[in-house]
Design a protein around this ligand. Structure first.
Ligand code: GDD
Ligand code: MN
Length: 377
């Protein structure tokens, strides 16, 4: 049999009341839009209610449907990744089994990939999308979580709904080994690990759960916070920045002692900190990103770009240091420290952060993704 083009991965835990209806609606939705070469992979964590048996029974009639039974492992995200491993299609669709994600949206996700997107996110928060019936608490939690993620993880800003559990991706655009699945939010993991993805939103209305109950509990929320913290480069970015200050002043102090020239010492300190920051960002801050530079630049080109990105900070540090020493007679090291703080603030205001992750670590795909997703809203 020829490999199917589309693999639909459905993680399940206790969805016996939903799975049959879901599979039927998937079949109807696919057939009515003329997509026949697809497969459905249900990844079930040994549900006591027999979800997997139901799937296997249906699979006897319809060979496109199968169930992978996991006995050892538990967890939504890892189930999805397991489904990806077994999938044969170039397009991978992920959706819930409880009919909160209407299967009729799948053809629109596939169409978005056909038109060139790497990821198509079914979004509740794009214009035209929504949630059918949610408690205020759940709505509030989802909103706060979404905003929090966008603040912490730049890649999460490529879609209006980074916490969506309903999306399609182009298999060749991601590396499965780069994913560290945990908790519920596999889309966020995928986006953060692959900074060059072109992302597009497809609006949809999140439905009420058909039968059974949600597995989203307090533990899931905690997992999610841990995940966001780990994925976000921001804490590491700040840690590296702090080491840069130490390197800067240490080298300046050494140079002062050896040469006696305040200017030479200041510049040497600045350059040393730029080199060490750059090396640490490469090895540590962005170590999770599988393709650091979407434009394919080498490390040397990135180093030059990093200098350019830091230019405002370099000049500010030096000028502020010089002025404070000449006009106020301040100790050169103290003056340099003040200059570093001013330079940092200015660079930040000039949004050099953008150069870091979009220019160097995100490339055109980064900005392009934002715009494209916005346009479809
Ligand atoms: N294999 C497996 N293992 N599947 C699981 C597990 C697990 O440990 N936990 C949950 N699932 C399956 C459920 O059976 C369902 O098909 C799907 O994952 C989503 O679980 P729900 O319990 O229905 O989660 P929810 O409705 O609260 O959360 C959903 O909505 C979020 C949007 O707010 C999920 O789709 C999230 O991914 C989504 O982001
Ligand atoms: Mn659900």
């Amino acid at each position: 049999m020829r490999d199917p083009r589309v693999s639909i991965v459905v993680p399940t835990y206790e969805e016996a009341g939903n799975i049959e209806k879901l599979l039927r609606r998937i079949r109807e939705a696919m057939e009515s839009s003329g997509i026949h070469d697809y497969e459905v992979i249900v990844v079930d964590d040994n549900s006591p209610d027999g979800t997997c048996d139901i799937v296997r029974r249906i699979g006897e009639e319809d060979p496109r449907v199968r169930c992978i039974l996991r006995r050892e492992e538990r967890g939504l995200s890892s189930a999805v990744v397991e489904g990806f491993r077994r999938a044969r299609g170039e397009y991978l669709v992920v959706m819930d089994a409880d009919l909160q994600h209407p299967p009729e949206v799948i053809p629109r996700l596939i169409e978005a990939l056909d038109r060139g997107a790497d990821v198509a996110v079914a979004s509740r928060y794009a214009r035209g999308g929504g949630v059918e019936k949610w408690s205020r608490v759940r709505l509030f939690m989802s909103r706060v979580g979404t905003i929090g993620v966008k603040v912490l993880v730049r890649e999460g800003r490529k879609t209006s709904d980074p916490l969506s559990g309903f999306f399609a991706i182009r298999r060749s655009a991601i590396r499965l080994e780069s994913l560290r699945p945990r908790g519920f939010k596999i889309l966020l993991e995928i986006l953060a690990r692959h900074p060059c993805l072109r992302v597009v939103d497809v609006p949809y209305v999140f439905q009420r759960r058909h039968s059974g109950r949600s597995k989203l509990g307090f533990g899931v929320v905690l997992d999610f916070l841990k995940q966001a913290w780990e994925i976000s480069p921001m804490p590491r970015f700040l840690i590296v920045g702090a080491t840069g200050v130490v390197v800067n002043l240490l080298v300046m102090w050494l140079f002062l002692a050896v040469t006696g020239s305040v200017d030479a010492a200041s510049l040497a300190g600045i350059e040393a900190s730029i080199l060490s920051n750059y090396a640490l960002h490469e090895a540590y801050t962005f170590r999770h990103n599988f393709r650091r530079d979407c434009r394919g630049r080498g490390p040397l080109a990135r180093l030059l770009l990093y200098h350019r990105a830091s230019l405002a900070a370099i000049i500010t540090t030096y000028v502020v240091m010089r002025l404070l020493v000449t006009l106020a007679g301040l100790n050169p090291l103290l003056a340099q420290f003040t200059g570093i703080l001013a330079g940092f603030a200015l660079n930040y205001a000039l949004s050099v952060e953008t150069v870091w992750e979009c220019g160097i670590y995100g490339g055109g795909g980064c900005q392009g993704g934002v715009r494209e997703a916005g346009r479809r809203d």
